[in-house]
Design a protein. Structure first.
Length: 220
């Protein structure tokens, strides 16, 4: 499931879109099967920007918001790397069922915990979690955005380099009539195409002028 999320965010970022409010509540499963198609929803906080544009609006859900947004209170600039931080929190929660931060009974405020990167990997939660998965969480939840991995780098992390998963996701998307950039099963590389092929997403994107806030989409 996480590979699908990362792939979706990679697609958004490659088209200049930052979601800015990624959290489990905004992730939909297309069916109740063991291997469902995953979709990201609620683009109310999203923004279309070009490569040079930095965003300044304070937005996001507190326990998933990136440090650079917390630090400036919406008065400083940040990039699409805020989505990568949120994905890191989502992965932590997905693997353990717990937030990386202490949300209750803590003398340290949540904003301070986020700013200082005050999270850890207790053995009671991570005994059966691979080192690669922990490494990926650390890469995504790096406090300094200049040192944080981009979503494209996340896609090439060891934990996600399983071509069987890639093949299964390609097949799942194809089965659900969703267009997706093809992958090269031989070397696990995404085959570059001159134009995006996800027509269902692009129809929604083309309706907006860069810089506008994207409204909530209708789920088809």
């Amino acid at each position: 499931m996480f590979y699908q999320l990362a792939r979706a965010v990679n697609y958004l970022h490659s088209n200049g879109i930052t979601h800015r409010d990624l959290k489990p509540e905004n992730i939909l499963l297309a069916s109740d099967s063991d291997y469902p198609l995953v979709k990201i929803t609620d683009f109310g906080m999203s923004k279309i920007v070009d490569v040079q544009t930095m965003m300044k609006t304070y937005c996001g859900t507190p326990s998933y918001v990136a440090p650079e947004i917390v630090r400036t209170g919406g008065h400083g600039a940040y990039t699409n790397l805020v989505d990568v931080w949120s994905l890191g929190v989502i992965l932590y929660v997905s693997l353990t069922g717990h937030s990386p931060f202490k949300l209750k009974d803590s003398t340290i405020s949540l904003p301070h915990q986020i700013l200082k990167g005050m999270y850890n990997f207790p053995s009671r939660l991570f005994n059966h979690i691979s080192r690669d998965a922990i490494s990926l969480i650390k890469d995504m939840m790096t406090v300094n955005p200049m040192e944080r991995k981009s979503i494209r780098q996340v896609m090439y992390h060891n934990w996600l380099l399983d071509r069987h998963i890639k093949f299964a996701v390609d097949k799942l998307i194809s089965h659900n009539n969703e267009n997706s950039p093809p992958t090269n099963a031989e070397n696990n590389e995404v085959v570059q195409q001159p134009e995006p092929t996800d027509n269902s997403l692009m129809r929604g994107i083309q309706a907006f002028v860069p810089g506008q806030v994207i409204k909530r989409p209708r789920i088809e």
